[in-house]
Design a protein around this ligand. Structure first.
Ligand code: NAD
Length: 370
């Protein structure tokens, strides 16, 4: 494997603690998995503000733009509650998403067998679940203009957000969904609200056209997003890849994620457009959770979401599918042996620390490669 550059941005709170565990996994793949990752560290969020007065420095931004993948921890915490809005910790993450044009957010919901009992749904509904939500991340109602609160002058105010999508935005996200489906169970369900929203009518049309224009081998179905939410909790295993807009994706991916347990288990990937010359997409991988200031420094953080985010990098940036499968299996095996950080432990069950969980996953990699 040619050498690949990873920029590691641990961030704040538990970010640096879980990044230590990912570094062990990267080192394992370099030493024993035949890979060649070169890593560089940078600062983002509150830690960058403390060092540079910015939530990410220009130097680290340039490194992120040049990296083969960015591995991101989490940002924020009460320490920075009063810093100016433009340099608040989250601004660093938003700048990365914007400058790297990361329009596709991928959130898998996978149920590890050992945790099937921990779901709020019945075991047979959740056991073996493996779905992927592809959410449009840079358009829609979170960004559309006008976006304002106006004073109507009669004691009333009016809040306006605008849901807006252009053809190219829908086309590129649906292509990502179809391409990913081909590497999985070859099925895409597109969700919108075409019954009440014009943007939903266009979404439906463009997804259908994109499907006809080169992805007819993939099974496509359409579902209204509210019905989709219902189906996700009724029988989630009917889905493979779900593609949806920014707003619906925000909600549906949280619903899907919680089917499978703790925030500490959930990885994500954000991808940009393929480079015209190399075909490689800019990419950032991060756990879904935040910086968990309430447990930072206590050794209680679950490193699995962070480690599984690196697994997504193996799968989606480096096409190392066998290595990604192996890492997922190592995580599953550690869980099968009963290892639990506090967030996934049942009442009274023994728990392990962040470091112990990281070490156990590395030991499982050793066992799998023996
Ligand atoms: P959070 O995700 O940090 O924590 C929510 C709860 O889940 C907490 O009780 C926490 O202890 C627990 N938790 C989270 N990750 C865990 C893990 N890996 N292992 C064990 N338990 C874990 O959300 P919050 O408390 O709402 O926010 C805390 C800070 O994080 C805020 O400053 C917020 O702005 C920021 N935040 C950042 C991101 C990001 O960097 N992408 C995302 C969400 C929140």
């Amino acid at each position: 494997m040619a050498s690949q550059n990873l920029l590691l941005l641990p961030g704040d709170g538990i970010g640096p603690e879980i990044m230590v565990e990912v570094k062990k996994v990267i080192a394992w793949f370099n030493e024993k998995g035949g890979m060649s990752f070169e890593t560089d560290d940078g600062l983002v969020g509150g830690s960058a503000y403390d060092a540079h007065g910015q939530s990410i420095s220009e130097e680290d931004m340039a490194k992120a733009m040049a990296a083969d993948a960015v591995i991101f921890g989490a940002v924020g915490g009460p320490k920075w509650d009063d810093v100016p809005y433009e340099v608040r910790p989250e601004a660093g993450l938003l700048r990365l998403r914007k400058d790297m044009e990361l329009f596709a957010n991928l959130r898998p919901a996978i149920c590890y067998p050992a945790l099937a009992d921990a779901s709020s749904l019945k075991k047979d509904i959740i056991e073996g679940l493996d779905i992927l939500i592809v959410r449009e991340l840079t358009g829609g109602v979170y960004f559309g203009e006008p976006k304002e609160i106006t004073d109507l002058g009669n004691g009333q105010k009016r809040g306006v957000d605008t849901q807006v999508y252009d053809t190219y935005e829908i086309e590129r996200i649906s292509k990502v969904a179809f391409e990913l489906a081909r590497t999985r169970n070859n099925k895409v369900c597109s969700m919108e609200k075409r019954n009440v929203m014009k943007s939903g009518v266009l979404w439906n049309e463009v997804v259908t056209q994109t499907h006809k224009a080169g992805f007819e081998d993939v099974t496509l179905e359409h579902m209204l997003a509210d019905a989709g939410g219902m189906q996700l909790v009724r029988w989630p295993k009917q889905f493979d890849v779900i593609v949806t807009d920014n707003l619906f994706g925000d909600m549906l991916s949280d619903v899907a994620a919680m089917l499978t347990g703790s925030l500490g288990m959930l990885p994500s990937a954000s991808l940009g457009a393929p480079d015209a010359k190399t075909g490689k997409r800019k990419a950032l991988y991060e756990p879904v959770h935040g910086s968990a200031p309430d447990i930072a420094g206590t050794g209680a953080a679950n490193p699995i979401a962070m480690i599984a985010s690196f697994g997504m990098a193996l799968r989606y940036s480096f096409e190392e599918v066998a290595a990604a499968d192996m890492l997922d299996k190592a995580i599953a095996n550690a869980l099968d042996k009963g290892l639990r950080t506090k967030d996934i432990a049942a009442a009274g069950e023994a728990t392990v620390s962040t470091t112990e969980m990281g070490d156990a996953i590395v030991a499982e990699l050793d066992a799998l490669s023996a």
